[in-house]
Unconditional design. Structure first.
Length: 256
């Protein structure tokens, strides 16, 4: 949680150094990569899919046992977040979502920050509070099983997907910040699967007993209600698919 707040602060500070149109949308990728090289002293790869801007950085120090090297990797990612925010806010592009991904050479570990540009603007112009803004920041951490696939899967993110991934991220962060809660659901690890027919679809590969199922469904329903209201997205239902036996738990009204 402390790390997330550090990134939130860096994004907000970048708003103060972003004014006017300094970056042309036709050269956005080249300009962003050049800025990251200057600010982070690292190569990066930027790409645009629809209204989603991706920035990938390979940093082996991210998984280093040397604490100083790991801290340096996090600082580089922080500077990359500042850079991408500066470029987007100071451009004439129509970017809605920006995705910063840092990973090791073998793509076994992924650390990702996803941000809705409208949330940054809303906070900057004081339409939402600091606490509300902090609750709208999406952080994902993946290991060997899914990291490579997520890095290579680039597409135009929809608002429904963003909110769905946000819900999963919030539950995941809650388990990391509270060791007792984390111990209770450590094996569950919900994943975002998609959005179909007004339904949010999540999955888990864990075996879930009746008591745990009730807890998970309650948590998801609470987050669905909260973020549906924040972003005016109507998830009429949500499904949790158990990949272990391909069964589905269904809640037809998450707003209760």
């Amino acid at each position: 949680m402390r790390l997330l707040k550090l990134f939130i602060l860096s994004i907000f500070l970048s708003c103060f150094i972003s004014c006017g149109v300094s970056y042309n949308k036709e050269k956005l990728i080249e300009q962003l990569e050049a800025l990251v090289k200057k600010e982070c002293d690292s190569d990066s790869k930027a790409s645009i899919f629809g209204k989603t801007l991706y920035l990938d950085m390979e940093l082996d120090a991210l998984t280093s046992k040397n604490q100083d090297q790991a801290v340096e990797a996090v600082k580089k990612m922080q500077n990359a977040v500042i850079s991408i925010t500066r470029v987007v806010l100071s451009s004439d592009s129509e970017i809605q979502f920006m995705v910063v991904s840092v990973f090791d050479k073998n793509k076994n570990v992924l650390f990702r920050i996803i941000q809705n540009i409208e949330d940054i603007k809303a906070y900057f112009y004081m339409r939402i509070s600091k606490g509300d803004y902090e609750s709208r920041s999406l952080m994902e951490i993946e290991g060997p099983e899914y990291a490579k696939a997520m890095i290579e899967d680039k597409h135009d993110i929809t608002l429904e997907e963003y909110v769905g991934r946000m819900i999963v991220s919030q539950i995941d962060m809650a388990s990391r910040s509270n060791p007792f809660f984390g111990a209770l659901i450590s094996m569950i690890r919900l994943r975002y699967e998609g959005y179909e027919d007004s339904a949010l679809i999540l999955s888990t590969a864990a075996e879930i007993d009746d008591k745990t199922e009730s807890l998970i469904k309650g948590m998801v329903a609470e987050e669905v209600k909260k973020y549906s209201e924040k972003y005016n997205v109507d998830f009429k239902t949500f499904r949790i698919i158990n990949l272990k036996d391909n069964s589905t738990s269904l809640n037809t009204n998450p707003h209760l």
